[in-house]
Write a protein that binds this ligand. Structure first.
Ligand code: X90
Length: 279
């Protein structure tokens, strides 16, 4: 017998920290150095990790959850929704799909759907918010899946980054993109492409300019004052200035700001901002 009806499970790139909410769980990715392994769970001191990584000379990398990490978070639920970081840059989607197969085989009647966010961080958070609303509305499983697939066409992710060193070193961006950043005070503004990769849009001098460009890009995607979720790596100042800029035009916008957890902090690096929104 199933213990609960619904479970929502995301990987830790969602930047969400489940509290005692048993209907939602995250599975950690890992950040690896030659000396140490950081597990991206609630006990990770993200700022301490960022500090240690800045001093780390050797090669660093990350790893995605394996099939057992996913399975152990399904908690004997009848219906499970998994949301993963983009399959174009991580194996998290593949391992979640394996977990789905295993779980459905072992538990006749169970249903697992894995959503490939083709994105990360705050865009995943938007999907999760929508999922919980749909569950509350008592929509059925297939209806929920359909609704989320449609919703995904209307949400987007933009970012500004001060460094793309870790992305470049781990082969997650095109080498040409690595070359244009790293110059003093130069920031890159980009988006998650439809294929789930990083697509650069602008080079900007200074954070104020980057925030303005990012907001202009949001409007080209049809942003009109609804939800915005901003995740930052040690850069609440820019997150707040983006929020204020949006509020001058859309005073009733629903905007939330929170810090990145480990995985996004590692790749977005100090100063990075990720912005998920409804277009
Ligand atoms: O499986 C693994 O080891 C994880 C690899 C993740 C690689 C990319 C993480 C990107 C994090 C950077 C800016 C926004 C990216 C947009 C994604 C399409 C955040």
């Amino acid at each position: 017998m199933f213990e609960t009806k619904y479970k929502i499970v995301a990987d830790s790139s969602s930047n969400l920290c489940p509290n005692n909410d048993s209907a939602f769980a995250t599975v950690p990715l890992k950040i690896l150095t030659s000396e140490k392994e950081y597990t991206d769970d609630n006990s990770l001191d993200v700022m301490q990790m960022v500090k240690e990584l800045a001093e780390c000379q050797g090669k660093t990398s990350t790893s995605c959850p394996n099939i057992y990490d996913w399975l152990s978070s399904f908690d004997n639920a009848e219906c499970v929704f998994c949301i993963t970081i983009t399959s174009a840059l991580s194996g998290a989607y593949e391992s979640a799909m394996q977990a789905k197969q295993e779980y459905e085989k072992k538990n006749p009647g169970a249903k697992v759907h894995v959503f490939d966010s083709l994105s990360t961080g705050p865009e995943i958070a938007l999907i999760i918010e929508r999922l919980s609303q749909n569950i509350q509305k008592e929509m059925d499983f297939d209806e929920i899946v359909k609704d989320i697939e449609t919703y995904q066409k209307h949400i987007h992710l933009f970012f500004t980054l001060e460094s793309v060193q870790n992305l470049a070193r781990n082969g997650r961006i095109h080498p040409a993109m690595a070359k244009i950043v790293g110059v003093l005070n130069l920031r890159i503004v980009g988006e998650a492409s439809d294929e789930g990769t990083l697509a650069p849009l602008h080079k900007c001098r200074g954070s104020k300019r980057a925030v303005q460009k990012l907001f202009a890009e949001m409007k080209t995607k049809g942003y009109q004052g609804t939800k915005v979720r901003i995740d930052h790596c040690d850069n609440e100042t820019s997150a707040i200035s983006l929020k204020n800029l949006i509020m001058t035009e859309y005073p009733n916008a629903d905007i939330e700001i929170k810090p990145c957890r480990g995985l996004c902090s590692y790749y977005a690096e100090q100063g990075g901002i990720l912005v998920g929104f409804e277009g």
